[in-house]
Design a protein around this ligand. Sequence first.
Ligand code: FES
Ligand code: FES
Length: 157
Amino acid sequence: MSLIQTKLTVNGYTHSLLVNADETLLFTLREQLYLTGTKEGCNQGSCGSCTVLINGKPVLSCMTPTLRCANKKITTIEGISGGETLHLVQKYLVSDGGLQCGFCTPGVVMTAVPYLEENPDVNRKEIKESLSGNLCRCTGYKKIIDAVENASKEMKK
Ligand code: FES
Ligand code: FES
């Protein structure tokens, strides 16, 4: 299969890349750009671990062809906060024990951050629903919801 040239802007940097026509954004991010914070779980759109932002909206990168992402703004977990500073969602996931192995965590963060930005007055039930596509095998979810709820309260201040 012949390779196709495209440009991808990720976390503010534009890369010129050769990709396969059926290459997924998840593959390109991890295998070409070495941004391995985006996790490959099911690779079939079911677990949420591969979530990244395209033009500020969460998408499953395992289901997104890279060629459809040209000229769009992609944000991965590596670009969600500035420098060494954690985003409030990350900060509370750590302090509230909302992660154990951490495999689901990048996807949780990339789902929760745009949701809280768009919905500043959410309640716990809504937070739970918003994260229903992010599977976690370790935490039992309660501490993840606690963390996102605490981040939402602090983001409103
Ligand atoms: S790896 Fe993309 S949804 Fe599971
Ligand atoms: S912390 Fe292990 S899968 Fe969520």
